[in-house]
Design a protein around this ligand. Structure first.
Ligand SMILES: [Zn+2]
Length: 306
């Protein structure tokens, strides 16, 4: 097996891992951009997660036979509109989001005022176009491209359907939004789940590959040891949020006070969905701590650490 071939200077614009080409987005694929994957077989070429840079009208597009999404989120389908006549495959559990705008909004689950601001962003900036023809796939589904096979690995938590892909024989594992960044795991949508994250991170630890690629800044990690180290650091963010919440609950607090404190985003970050994501994320921690008896409701709507 060959070595990784890096194209570009200070920041690569493409990384070749055997038959996989990582199309590196601006700023190493920092949101709203991302790093798409092209898997080139003898018979077919698969494009995974067409990111925003592919949507640029003057961008020359690679030959693509079908498109596969790791999950249905705006930064992962942004370039899909440029492949209207190609089959598109999505995790069955997220398929609703690609079939209609209404379905997509169900995945986010935002309150109406936030949703109102979000819809034009989805349509104009992320080029959302419903694909009622989208084909669903499940865990273990394989695409045999000729000399190279892509296998789906269901890793829910980020969304219900979120999936990674293992490309063999090249030994490339693509992890989508299990992105190993300092932000940590994201579970701020209606269809996100902290419980599923725990199971998926456990499953990730057992994936044997030579290279681990992600959609955002970390790009490509070589070697399982290094990957496991980064995964530990990434997972620790969940624990830190929980410890910080427990400290905050030394005094009785309402959900509104928890949201205002900011555990996921830094104080001062002003995005229309911040309060919603804080509430959705931290109420999952709150519920878990209550089940464990570490937090209780001391009066209606006020919670305190025991
Ligand atoms: Zn996502």
């Amino acid at each position: 097996m060959g070595e990784a071939v890096v194209h570009g200077t200070a920041v690569p614009d493409e990384i070749e891992l055997g038959r996989v080409r990582v199309l590196v987005g601006p700023d190493r694929g920092r949101y709203p951009n991302g790093n798409s994957l092209l898997v080139v077989g003898e018979r077919e070429t698969l494009l995974v997660d067409p990111s925003l840079p592919l949507a640029t009208p003057d961008r020359e597009l690679p030959r693509v036979d079908r498109v596969v999404l790791s999950h249905v989120h705006e930064d992962h389908f942004a370039g899909l509109a440029r492949f209207p006549d190609r089959p598109v495959h999505v995790p069955s559990a997220d398929r609703l989001g690609l079939v209609s705008l209404e379905g997509l909004l169900t995945i986010y689950g935002m309150p109406p005022d936030v949703e109102e601001a979000w819809v034009p962003v989805l349509q104009d900036e992320f080029h959302y176009r419903p694909r009622p023809d989208a084909l669903g796939f499940d865990d273990g589904h394989e695409w045999d491209l000729g000399g190279v096979v892509v296998r789906a690995v269901h890793l829910p938590g980020h969304t219900r359907g979120h999936s990674g892909f293992l490309v063999e024989p090249d030994g490339v594992c693509y992890l989508g939004d299990i992105d190993l960044t300092g932000f940590g795991p994201y579970y701020g949508d209606a269809w996100s789940s902290l419980e599923d994250w725990a199971r998926s991170l456990e499953r990730c630890r057992r994936i044997e590959a030579r290279w681990y690629a992600t959609f955002h800044q970390k790009l490509v990690v070589e070697g399982r040891e290094r990957f496991l180290d980064l995964l530990d650091v990434y997972e620790a963010v969940i624990g830190r949020r929980e410890v910080a919440l427990l400290e905050h609950l030394a005094e009785p607090r309402t959900t509104a006070e928890i949201v205002a404190h900011r555990f996921v985003y830094r104080p001062g970050v002003e995005l229309p969905w911040v309060d919603y994501v804080e509430e959705r994320s931290m109420t999952q921690h709150l519920e878990r701590l209550r089940r464990q008896g570490r937090v209780r409701e001391v009066e209606p709507g006020r919670f305190r650490a025991t």
